[in-house]
Write a protein that binds this ligand. Sequence first.
Ligand SMILES: Cc1ncc(COP(=O)(O)O)c(C=O)c1O
Length: 445
Amino acid sequence: MAYNDLRMDNQWLPFTPNRSFQKDPRVFVAADGMHFTTHDGRQVIDGISSLWCVGAGHNRKPINEAIKKQLDTLDYSTAFSVSNDKAFRAAEMIAAMAPGDLNKVLFCNSGSEAADTALKVALAHHRARGEGHRNVFIGRERGYHGVGFGGMSVGGIPANRKVYGAALLPRVDHLRFIHDPVKHAYVHNVEPAWDEDPLLELENRILPLHDPSNVAAVIVEPVAGSAGWYVPPQGYLKRLREICDKHGILLIFDEVITGFGRLGKAFASDYYGVQPDMLTFAKAVTNGVFPLGGVVCSDRIYNAMMGAHGSAPEHAIEFFHGYTYSGHPVACAAAIATLDLFREEKLFERAGEMGPVLGDAMHSALKGLPNVIGIRSLGLAAAVELAPLPGLPGKRAFDVFMDCYHRGVLVRNAGDNLVFAPPYIVERAQIETMVGTLADAIKRV
Ligand SMILES: Cc1ncc(COP(=O)(O)O)c(C=O)c1O
């Protein structure tokens, strides 16, 4: 279909300024490797792995072939009370990669569904153990766990919550945000060491307020991704684990962004050496080519849920939750091929190697430019933070995003941050082009 034949007035774009888009549409018609082709025939570098998804790069034949083959073999089967071979195989591979006893995979279709699923497992698990009063959730300011009501409630991005006030879950509290803009504005592949313990407020204020015995779970992104790649203070996740253990609280890591290689390891849990009770995943698990998400739960959680039903008749369902497309065979075939490709091409290791290259380039090219107030890099992702325009938060970064797009680089604007998280196959020269284009745009804007 020719671009000029496209009607642009029926699709309402998600998380997009629609009125501005209509005036200057950005439409991709093809992708290969590191690049998109636009409707007007230009090449644009995918500097963000299409929102943290496309770790192996675009148009990977082994994944495409696996999907085509699956469509010709078993296109779809219901997920309730029957299943399919690819779902079991994908679950086995994901469980083998997940840390420790995280071995039970509940599939869904997105990161938002994964967050809500994990929250529901937490409540159901506590109730099964006779602790149904544990129904308080603790998230973190500026955390992002998708757009379902559960994920929005534990999430802490003000704009995402503002309109939905009374409809958010009632018994939710939030940890303070993990950024010190004065002492740790510039973070390069290290965990910043804070003078004070940012988790003291959890122990001294939040838990006493709700009483720890009422708290079901704490959910955090190991690295705050959507907010703009904010790195946790040194020892933060370990201490969070200890506090949760002390009080019988479940710890959930939202690894939708950090899962499957972004930090050079399978999961951020491996990178930080901290095992949660559940981790959520989506995005890179299928290289983004087919929707798939999930929650990996510990054996302990699963066994408690099954054990609690020990005296119930065997036809009784133990967990009333699931999606029509849970474990979709085509999605799972895509996941199997993606995880094979990650292993065969050692792509997590490559992400680990290219991370410092990206970080070095960002810090050396952008520090000191007009309006730059911070740069943070860890793994194969890095963000530069700009001073907001007075009264127009986000405008400066949006203008930089547009400038980069028109010069052939897709960067992500998040608030007044600009974030790069390229596919793991990125080359040094492409990093130089991306960062150089961003630097020029920052100077121009
Ligand atoms: C940490 C995190 N959790 C959950 C989600 C929501 O995922 P989805 O958009 O697939 O629902 C995202 C999306 O960016 C995310 O970054």
